[in-house]
Design a protein around this ligand. Structure first.
Ligand code: HEM
Length: 343
């Protein structure tokens, strides 16, 4: 088959998959920009792109294109090296600007891949994958801004991302150049125009990524994503699905109360509920308590239910602790007194 048997065919596949990945990156940097201008809308997009069939399908398509692109890149590079040593292009004269990157496409690709590994550990593994695998802990997968906080709160993240972006810029600008070369485009005027458009496109996308990473770093250091009131209201509503499974028939009523009440009240109420439940469990776990439960299957199942709910609330309390750690108010980290019960 021409696409796989001829060198031009293989380069055509590289160009096609590369073009798709550039489109994905364009969408991605625009989506990130929403986190700057409207952080709560960004979280709604993250929720929309969670563990549902259309988002999963999108992820699979991106992964397939990326794998084909990488596979063909390695194949073509090895083949060209074998055929012509380091002289990999049929055309001997290359513009000076593309000289360096053209010789280092594979290395640049590897740097981009290394960046992607860090990136996936920081975001995808804790968001979409955690939702699919059911390993969600305190941070709700839809809270994209909290993962920005986690990632860009680390000073090294900006450095790693900046290195990744520089490699990406060289990789993509050269990718554009060689894409038109590969498909045998011979209209000089249009080739130059397209290369110019390609360079501008890639430069804008990469510059936008870099600007975003800088803004996220500044905001994470200001703890904006933990303290912003509108975001806190939104995180509070994300708790509801975290409790749905374990609170069974009581989930609806509790969920409605959480959604109706302001953040501060919910934080206090759920902390109290958690500490009361934990106290009850402690009493049951004494020798006398265990004696009482023995031979009483109904009580045993109630305790099992209580344990499940307490565990679910434990993650919620951890989320509140995390958010309120930015308030410098130690009393927020203590369980509230048992007297005042909003729920
Ligand atoms: C400021 C820079 C960036 C930020 C803040 C960022 C943030 C994110 C976030 C929040 C996700 C969603 C994870 C999920 O929902 O599971 C994601 C996914 C992803 N990112 Fe980035 N990203 C950045 C740059 C990049 C760059 C430069 C690349 C590629 C070179 C990239 C490639 C991807 C890929 C392939 C995915 C997975 C998409 C999917 O699951 O459909 N990202 N990123």
């Amino acid at each position: 088959m021409w696409l796989t048997s001829s060198s031009v065919g293989r380069k055509f596949i590289m160009a096609l998959t590369g073009a798709f990945l550039v489109l994905f990156l364009t969408f991605h940097c625009l989506m990130n920009a929403v986190a700057i201008v409207w952080p709560t809308a960004y979280n709604s997009i993250c929720e929309f792109l969670g563990a549902n069939w259309y988002a999963l399908l999108g992820t699979v398509v991106i992964a397939v294109f990326a794998v084909i692109h990488i596979f063909y890149a390695v194949w073509l590079t090895l083949q060209n090296r074998k055929a012509r040593g380091n002289e990999r292009y049929a055309i001997a004269k290359r513009p000076k600007a593309v000289e360096w990157s053209s010789q280092n496409m594979l290395v640049l690709g590897i740097v981009v891949l290394a960046f992607l590994v860090v990136h996936f550990i920081q975001f995808w593994a804790k968001m979409q994958m955690a939702e699919i695998a059911g390993t969600v802990e305190a941070l709700p997968p839809a809270a994209g801004t909290l993962f920005l906080q986690e990632a860009f709160g680390q000073p090294w993240t900006l450095v790693v991302y900046a290195v990744g972006f520089v490699a990406l810029w060289f990789h993509l600008t050269h990718g554009f150049w060689s894409m038109f070369q590969s498909v045998g485009w011979d209209n000089k005027v249009w080739m130059n125009r397209l290369k110019c458009i390609g360079n501008w496109w890639v430069s804008i996308v990469v510059a936008l990524f870099l600007a975003e990473a800088i803004v996220f770093t500044v905001r994470a250091h200001e703890k904006f994503y933990l303290t912003d009131e509108a975001l806190r209201e939104q995180y509070k509503d994300m708790i509801v699905p975290m409790l749905e499974e374990d609170f069974g028939p009581d989930a609806d009523q509790l969920g409605a109360q959480i959604e109706m009440s302001p953040y501060g009240q919910v934080s206090m109420g759920l902390r109290q509920m958690h500490s009361q439940m934990a106290n009850q469990l402690e009493q049951v776990n004494t020798p006398e308590g265990k004696e009482m439960v023995k031979g009483n299957p109904e009580m045993a199942s109630q305790i099992e239910e209580l344990q499940k709910r307490t565990d679910a609330l434990e993650n919620v309390v951890k989320l509140f602790d995390y958010l309120e750690s930015a308030d410098n108010k130690p009393e927020n980290l203590m369980p509230a007194s048992a007297g005042n019960q909003p729920y």
